[in-house]
Design a protein around this ligand. Structure first.
Ligand code: ZN
Length: 161
């Protein structure tokens, strides 16, 4: 069990696009261990462990580290891969990409466009219209229900993983 206290996170915002640059030491003080390990140490959560994997709720998925909007629920699909999967990010700038050759594999890492936190990887075996599968660690996602642009305030943090 792990809970992130948003009140302790001075950069968390759904509206502020200003890039966030903090050191790992600073992040360590703000983030829970689970989030820190994935977001800053490029870890991977256990497959099947995220309640978001099979969530069908309508809303927006945000970066759990900085609040940046990342994916809309209507681009989410059941990939069966064990992690929440999306075929398209919310906007071009919401995600940044990097070649990842770790573990002897050729993969494309996806990171938050605002705080550069590790989110997961993107693969080319997704459904139309993009053919892409953004395979994302649920622990670095925050979900806000409701129509996009209608969220207003930061939703109460409800993750309990
Ligand atoms: Zn972020």
């Amino acid at each position: 069990m792990d809970t992130v206290k948003k009140e302790n996170n001075p950069v968390y915002s759904h509206k502020d696009p200003t890039p966030v640059n903090m050191t790992d030491e600073q992040w360590k003080k703000i983030l829970s261990k689970d989030v820190y390990d994935v977001a800053r140490m490029k870890g991977t959560e256990r497959p099947g462990s995220s309640p978001y994997e099979h969530s069908k709720e309508i809303g927006t998925f945000y970066c759990a580290v900085c609040g940046n909007p990342l994916f809309r629920s209507d681009t989410k699909f059941e990939s069966g891969c064990g992690w929440p999967s999306f075929y398209e990010p919310i906007s071009k700038g919401s995600i940044i990409y990097a070649a990842d050759h770790s573990y002897g594999m050729d993969r494309t890492e996806v990171m938050c466009g605002r705080c550069k936190s590790h989110l997961g990887h993107v693969f080319k075996d997704g459904p139309p219209p993009t053919g892409l599968r953004y395979c994302i660690n649920g622990v670095v996602l925050d979900f806000g229900s409701g129509v996009q642009g209608d969220e207003g305030k930061i939703p109460p943090f409800t993750r309990d993983v």
